[in-house]
Every structure is written in structure tokens, then in C-alpha cells.
Design a protein around this ligand. Structure first.
Ligand SMILES: [Zn+2]
Ligand SMILES: [Zn+2]
Length: 292
């Protein structure tokens, strides 16, 4: 694939403005049960695609994690972080930034991307395994991180209900590369707008080959991010430059038009129960269409 000079520097240019592009949702094999690629396998392909960095977000303790829950906590954490560490080693070799995060699941329903906490923090906080959504939100924020609900409107055979955690998140992943039905993304986008929360996009990638044959997603930053705290600040301050969708860009600065992917046409359906939760993680009983 031919590379333009700007892409060589790992900067991405659109609308004549340089921005840096980051993968925000990525899984590694050996840690995420459903992933097929090692962390290191992603580096070259994301560099080729013009990304400046990626955040490894493997499935966490109550999610589709490959690690035994019988392991002592220290061992579990050490193994959990290995996917990220292997990616980071290769990233360091190639001059590509790799940051740490994770993705936790509640009751096989709703998923959250956690950014800004690290291995040392995890080792000190084994109670993370038993968090409720509310405890997760308060603890992550207190530790300097942020919580983004991943693909809130996803509907699949293994998901019993859609849970919208309206009060315990800092942002919403509006565009997800794993969605064959893009109406899930349109719903998520309008839900985020209604809440007034920042939107993100992530490929939710499980296979490094998909960088070439599939669509890739991500978040643009005006500045190069030096660490995961820079990403957290960008989300909390709601000052990302934009998001990359399949083959569209939503530039937050220019107020570019709503991407096709986010257009509602009235035929969007949710075929499973929808539960909306507030800042205390209590079910509100509200009707989901009032949240669009
Ligand atoms: Zn997965
Ligand atoms: Zn995921």
C-alpha cells in the first residue's frame, strides 16, 4: 500500500488539518478468548494505515477473557497485561504508541472500555472483579481514568438485554467496527448526543489481518498523545478532533455533516428488552426512544 509522506510520520491529514489517529478498541489472543492475533501482530498494519497509536482493551475478568479465574490475583493481572506488554514492546521497536485499557462486561449485557488505570493499580485493587457499574465509575474516575460504554445498542444472540448506563459513563462508543448492522451505531450516536456525552469510535478488532481487509475506526486528536492520561483528558474535556468511521470522517471542529452511518431512518429496532440506568446504577424504567 503506498504511503503518503504525512502518513509516514504517523499523522493523519484531513480537511488540511493534521491530526493523530488512535485505535481505541483492540483485542489480543491469549487474553481475549475471541481474538486471533498477538498484540505485536497489529503494529505494522496500523502504521501502514496511518495510525499514531492504539489502545489494547482486552476482555476483562467478567468478560470473554481466556484466563482462568482460579489464578491468584497477582498472576491473573500479570497474564492479563501480557497482551498489552507484547504489543508495546513491538510498538516501541517501531516507534508506534501502545497504551493500556480493558473492556469489562456486566451480566453478559453491557460492555465498558476503561482507560487510564494501569497494572500497578490493578495489582492493588483486586476488588475490581466485584464492582457494580456504579462502583466501577466512581473508582475509575477517582483513580484518574474514564469509562466509555462500548457499542451500547449491540444486539446478538448471547446478549439478553440492552443496558444503557446513562449515569455511570464519560462517553459512548458510537461507532464500532464489529457491527454488521449499522443501525446499532446510529442509535448509539443519537443516544450519546441526547446525553450530551462525547462519542468515540473503535474497530473492536480481534484479528490483525482485518486491518487490511476490513474497515478500521478510531479517534482523532489534534495533539500527539504521550500517554493514556492524555487520551482520558481528551475524552473528559470532550475535545477530540473527530472520529474515523468505516470510510467516513466526523470532524468535530468543522461541524461536518452527520455521517451516513449515523442517520436514523425510523426503521431501527431493538428486539430485546432495554434497561436504562442512572448515576446510582438504578434502573430508571424510562423508555429508550426518549433517549434518542
Ligand atoms: Zn471479543
Ligand atoms: Zn471489544
Amino acid at each position: 500500500m503506498p504511503l503518503s509522506p504525512s502518513i509516514h510520520k504517523n499523522e493523519y491529514q484531513y480537511n488540511n488539518i493534521v491530526a493523530y489517529l488512535y485505535e481505541t478498541h483492540l483485542h489480543t489472543t491469549g487474553v481475549s478468548k475471541c481474538a486471533v492475533s498477538l498484540g505485536a501482530d497489529y503494529i505494522t498494519s496500523y502504521i501502514d494505515k496511518g495510525y499514531s497509536g492504539m489502545i489494547v482493551t482486552d476482555h476483562f475478568y467478567n468478560a470473554n477473557c481466556a484466563l482462568s479465574r482460579k489464578l491468584p490475583w497477582n498472576d491473573w493481572v500479570n497474564r492479563f497485561c501480557r497482551g498489552y506488554e507484547e504489543a508495546k514492546e513491538e510498538g516501541d521497536r517501531q516507534g508506534f504508541d501502545v497504551f493500556f485499557g480493558w473492556e469489562e462486561t456486566f451480566e453478559s449485557c453491557d460492555d465498558y472500555l476503561i482507560y487510564g488505570l494501569d497494572k500497578a493499580w490493578l495489582l492493588e485493587h483486586p476488588e475490581v472483579r466485584k464492582w457494580t457499574r456504579g462502583e466501577q465509575y466512581r473508582a475509575v474516575r477517582q483513580a484518574g481514568g474514564c469509562v466509555v460504554q462500548a457499542h451500547p445498542f449491540r444486539q446478538r444472540y448471547y446478549i439478553p438485554r440492552v443496558v444503557l448506563s446513562a449515569g455511570c459513563v464519560d462517553g459512548i462508543e458510537a461507532a464500532n467496527g464489529g457491527h454488521e448492522d449499522v443501525s446499532f451505531d446510529a442509535l448509539a450516536y443519537h443516544y450519546a448526543k441526547k446525553l450530551g456525552k462525547p462519542v468515540t469510535a473503535g474497530t473492536d478488532i480481534h484479528d490483525a489481518n482485518a486491518v487490511y481487509y476490513g474497515a478500521t475506526f478510531g479517534v482523532y486528536s489534534d495533539k500527539k498523545l504521550n500517554n493514556i492520561s492524555d487520551y482520558v483528558k481528551m475524552i473528559l474535556n470532550n475535545n477530540a478532533a473527530g472520529i474515523k468511521l468505516d470510510n467516513e470522517t466526523l470532524d468535530f471542529r468543522s461541524g461536518s455533516k452527520e455521517p451516513e452511518r449515523f442517520k436514523l431512518n425510523g426503521s431501527e429496532e431493538v428486539r430485546i428488552p432495554v434497561e436504562i440506568r442512572d448515576g446510582e446504577d438504578r434502573v430508571t424504567g424510562g423508555y429508550w426512544k426518549n433517549y434518542l
